[in-house]
Design a protein. Structure first.
Length: 301
């Protein structure tokens, strides 16, 4: 038994050594019939090197087929535990939703901070909500202004009939700016601006039942009833202006809504059968935390 194993092992070692020593030489491989005649049926000449290259080629082709199937087909989606195309798409959507939620939370936090500053007579910090912190900085000079645009700008900013303000009233090098305010209501002015006497605005008795309009475009930051001022609306405008509309009969806007200049925000009813003070409308205008005289900005009829 031991001699047979030793002989077979020696034959195997001899065969392997023969193939390695004749790696590039062609060898005859034949198929013979089993029997007494031992006739050769089929043969071929091959070399160990060609066999090795053929096996490597088959392995490379199989690897390419597997990689192509994994990359360009949804085969991984059918296998549990593997991140396929659907899993990557869901991951991307979740990342975008988290980013949007974080942005909304930041806007709400800034809004709450501004409301707290306004209640403390402070100056709110204004940010452009349309520009996100992770947005790209775009060049605004991409479009070259046309000749007609330049002429119109010269007429508006110059001294012609279309000028916003007379150039003689502005110091040299100053920017041309103009802030217009709309009268919130029509009526008779019964109390004027006297902050030292406890009147930081104006008292107006409406001559008829009418709508109360926003004096300028802005955002409603307060819309509620208070024991002191009744139905009150507070609007935050640009350039640090805040307007108050007090003693309204009915409020038409809610907190957070954007309004334009002249848009109806409340309703004021003229009650002739009651005392004058009960139907008196109070309008206040504040700038950078300080009350200002509304008659310096608004023309009341």
């Amino acid at each position: 038994m031991g001699d047979k194993e030793h002989n077979s092992g020696g034959k195997i070692r001899t065969g392997v050594w023969y193939l390695l020593s004749h790696f590039t030489r062609k060898q005859r491989v034949s198929i013979r019939e089993r029997g007494n005649n031992d006739r050769e049926v089929w043969y071929i000449y091959i070399s160990p090197m060609r066999i090795t290259l053929a096996v490597l080629g088959v392995l490379i082709v199989m690897f390419a087929i597997v990689v192509t199937g994994v990359v360009y087909t949804p085969v991984l989606d059918a296998l549990p535990g593997y991140p396929g195309r659907k899993a990557r798409e869901m991951l991307t959507e979740n990342i975008m939703r988290i980013d949007s939620l974080e942005y909304r939370m930041r806007i709400m936090q800034e809004y709450c901070n501004n409301v707290a500053l306004i209640m403390e007579c402070g100056v709110p910090v204004l940010h452009d909500a349309a520009v996100r912190g992770d947005s790209l900085v775009r060049d605004r000079e991409v479009v070259v202004p046309s000749r007609a645009d330049s002429l119109l700008r010269a007429q508006i900013e110059g001294t012609g009939r279309f000028a916003l303000v007379p150039s003689a009233s502005l110091p040299a090098g100053s920017a041309v700016t103009r802030t217009e305010f709309v009268a919130p209501i029509e009526g008779v002015v019964v109390q004027r601006f006297e902050p030292l006497a406890g009147m930081p605005g104006m008292g107006i008795v409406p001559d008829r039942s009418q709508q109360v309009v926003a004096t300028q475009a802005g955002t409603v930051v307060m819309s509620q009833w208070t024991p002191e001022d009744g139905n009150t609306i507070e609007i935050q405008h640009n350039n640090g202006y805040i307007s108050f509309y007090k003693h309204n009969t009915q409020l038409l806007k809610k907190v957070g809504e954007r309004v334009t200049a002249g848009e109806a925000i409340a309703y004021m009813e003229r009650a002739d059968s009651v005392a004058v003070l009960q139907s008196e409308f109070i309008f206040e205008l504040w700038n950078n935390g300080m009350p200002v005289d509304p008659q310096q900005y608004v023309i009341f009829r």
